[in-house]
Design a protein around this ligand. Structure first.
Ligand code: L34
Length: 279
């Protein structure tokens, strides 16, 4: 039976570290949080981030905007926040309402305040191995592997999903940790033959019960990045936990796995930004 990786406990540890780092600074680190519209899941995640900030001694500046906000209004807010010396990091929660361009927002945030690590400048830094910030979700996964002393070096890693936010940077971090990485997606042929080779399997596709026991190698490490709701409205990931857990060596639960780690690594990035701004 797999060991369950406790994302909540590890997130608390990371946040402790951030709190003590923040407490040594002259000025309290600040995060501007932009939430546009009424997406219920986004509201929950943003509330979690604001709570984390309070726990870490980080000031949060909430900007809750109506769904009808125009692109111009949103860009003007970002310019104001870019120029605000009390704001170390800017987080604009995704997804945005249909009529707004996420790409324009990502490009508008000053790279030194881009605590999500979504701006092309920071993505480029990451790819060449000279990162300033680390993308929160993939960095949270790497932190989990480290905490449980799971070595990536030389291991076969399979990432399911190729989004800019999770899949691609996840594959990059695993490669930089000396893993041998296969990036799979919706067009991949003979997927289960590939996943069955994985020592470390990371799933980020957003389909409930997609990863079943027959796709997993005995003794594999299974990381579930997804945040889905099943037919009865219960939070779940991509992994059919009941059937996969007995086969895996390590597994992350949903909730209580990668989600809290995403938020903790955001706190870490805010501290990094504040340290740069106050140096
Ligand atoms: N800009 N947009 C931006 N940055 C991000 O890093 C995100 N993401 C994703 C969605 N949009 C974003 C998040 O914050 C997903 N995500 C996220 C963050 C936290 C949690 C889930 C997703 C989380 O806290 N999950 C809890 C359960 C929360 C609940 O009860 O609904 C967990 O234990 O997994």
């Amino acid at each position: 039976m797999a060991i369950q990786i406790d994302g909540k406990a590890l997130a608390a540890k990371v946040k402790d570290r951030v709190r003590s780092g923040a407490s040594t600074l002259q000025r309290q680190p600040g995060l501007a949080v932009i939430l546009v519209g009424e997406n219920p899941a986004s509201k929950v995640y943003v509330a979690g981030k604001e709570k984390d900030c309070a726990e870490c001694g980080i000031r949060s500046f909430p900007h809750k905007l109506p769904a009808e906000t125009t692109q111009e209004e949103l860009m003007a807010l970002i310019q104001t926040l870019n120029n605000d010396p009390l704001v170390d990091g800017i987080l604009c929660q995704l997804p945005l309402p249909e009529h707004l361009s996420e790409d324009a927002v990502i490009n508008a945030i000053r790279p030194d305040k881009d605590v999500d690590c979504f701006h092309p400048f920071n993505v480029g830094r990451l790819v060449i191995g000279a990162p300033v910030f680390l993308p929160c979700t993939p960095a949270g996964v790497m932190e989990m592997l480290k905490e449980y002393q799971i070595s990536v070096r030389g291991k076969r890693c399979v990432v399911l999903g190729r989004s800019n936010i999770v899949g691609k940077p996840m594959a990059m971090l695993l490669t930089q940790a000396d893993g041998t990485v296969t990036a799979c997606h919706s067009r991949t042929e003979q997927l289960s033959a590939i996943t069955r080779e994985a020592d470390i399997l990371v799933s980020a596709i957003g389909k409930t019960d997609f990863v079943t026991a027959d796709m997993v190698k005995e003794g594999a490490v299974v990381i579930d990045v997804a945040m889905n709701r099943n037919a009865s409205g219960k939070l779940c990931g991509d992994v059919d936990f009941a059937s996969v857990a007995p086969k895996a060596a390590y597994i992350t639960p949903v909730p209580g796995g990668v989600g809290p780690m995403t938020r903790a690594m955001l706190m870490q990035n805010i501290l990094t930004a504040a340290q740069m701004h106050q140096a």
